[in-house]
Design a protein around this ligand. Structure first.
Ligand SMILES: CC(C)(COP(=O)(O)OP(=O)(O)OC[C@H]1O[C@@H](n2cnc3c(N)ncnc32)[C@H](O)[C@@H]1OP(=O)(O)O)[C@@H](O)C(=O)NCCC(=O)NCCS
Length: 303
């Protein structure tokens, strides 16, 4: 039985880097410390542990661009190889990459690990210059397509996502993505990595922004569904933070919480709309947002 964790404390990080050095550097006579590079602070790190807490695998992923994730430094303890542990750490990093918004993953594979990456869906693209002395490498590539989200009305959902990114550029910097829309529920996600504070938890302002955009998105899609048009603005809001976000930020708004007098909009008048958004860290509820929005008629003066 294995568990996957993120090294966070100084001790956990020290054990993680030591493991990485031990299996990826020591053999070539490189000193401890040589296993690190300038991307550590912007990367997501994971380890696989046994039930007794022994690290048996490690790996790291960071974004090269908004769409491309680089997977590096995968290693499995020799005593645990060919038992599927490499697959566990690799698929974990692929999932992290998807959550960061990546559409493809690349890795610079040593010749000795080409079969491993091929067996996990990677394709060799081209040869790379040698690193660590004699080790030849190939760049390998895998398409990451997130099929886990259930999206209804993909055209409107794409329009919403593009509207966020074009009109509210910070939403793209925060890695905010529409994850699911089912006519009754909208779920969005954000990148923890891009919104982290000094304590290693999600910045409260980012949680607020995620909730605001989620509520805004719910109203945007509801208007589309009803064939209405309007300019949505936030009038007032309140948020209660119960717990910190340390893993996977998610925001969910259900139709039951939405109270909107859309008849007013149909009459060309501004329409009040209130709703609540629940913020989760993975499956744990961590904050609740109540928003009072206004939907203003387009091309007519609000009455
Ligand atoms: C490459 C590495 C991470 C693979 O880890 P692992 O836990 O042994 O991999 P898995 O058990 O998940 O293997 C999954 C599949 O990959 C393939 N595979 C893995 N290692 C392989 C090898 N040495 N030769 C051929 N195929 C291999 C097999 O298809 C395997 O499935 P199978 O065991 O059912 O045949 C591990 O060998 C390692 O740490 N090597 C040293 C460090 C390294 O080279 N890291 C890559 C950095 S570029």
């Amino acid at each position: 039985m294995f568990t996957i964790t993120t090294p966070v404390t100084d001790d956990e990080l020290a054990s993680y880097f030591h493991f990485r050095w031990q299996w990826l550097r020591e053999q070539w006579g490189y000193p401890e410390g040589s296993e690190k590079d300038e991307y550590e602070t912007v990367s997501e790190h994971r380890v696989v542990k046994t039930t007794s807490g022994q690290i048996v695998a490690c790996g790291r992923v960071h974004l090269n661009t908004n769409e491309e994730a680089q997977i590096r430094h995968i290693a499995v303890d020799k005593a645990y190889r060919r038992k599927g542990v490499g697959k566990i750490i690799l698929s974990t990093l692929e999932q992290v990459a998807r959550e960061l918004g990546a559409k493809r993953a690349v890795t610079n594979s040593r010749e000795s690990s080409l079969s491993f990456f091929s067996a996990n869906g990677f394709t060799a693209v081209h040869n790379l210059s040698t690193e660590l002395g004699k080790l030849k490498r190939k760049q390998m590539y895998k398409n990451l397509v997130d099929n886990t989200g259930l999206i209804q009305h993909p055209k409107w959902c794409n329009e919403l996502q593009n509207t966020w990114h074009e009109q509210i550029p910070i939403s793209e910097h925060m890695g905010i993505k529409l994850h699911q829309y089912t006519e009754r529920t909208i779920e969005t996600r954000a990148s923890l990595n891009k919104n982290i504070n000094l304590h290693g938890t999600m910045f409260a302002g980012s949680i607020y922004s995620l909730a605001t955009l989620t509520g805004w998105g719910m109203l945007f899609l509801q208007l589309k569904q009803k064939g209405l048009q309007g300019e949505i603005v936030l009038g007032d809001a309140n948020i209660h933070y119960h717990k910190p976000v340390t893993m996977k930020p998610r925001a969910v708004c259900n139709i039951e919480s939405v109270k909107a007098k859309l008849k007013e909009l149909e009459k060309g008048k501004k329409c009040p709309a209130s709703l609540t958004v629940d913020i989760y860290d993975n499956d744990q509820a961590v904050a609740k947002f109540s928003g009072q929005y206004w939907i203003l008629p387009i091309n007519t003066k609000a009455k």
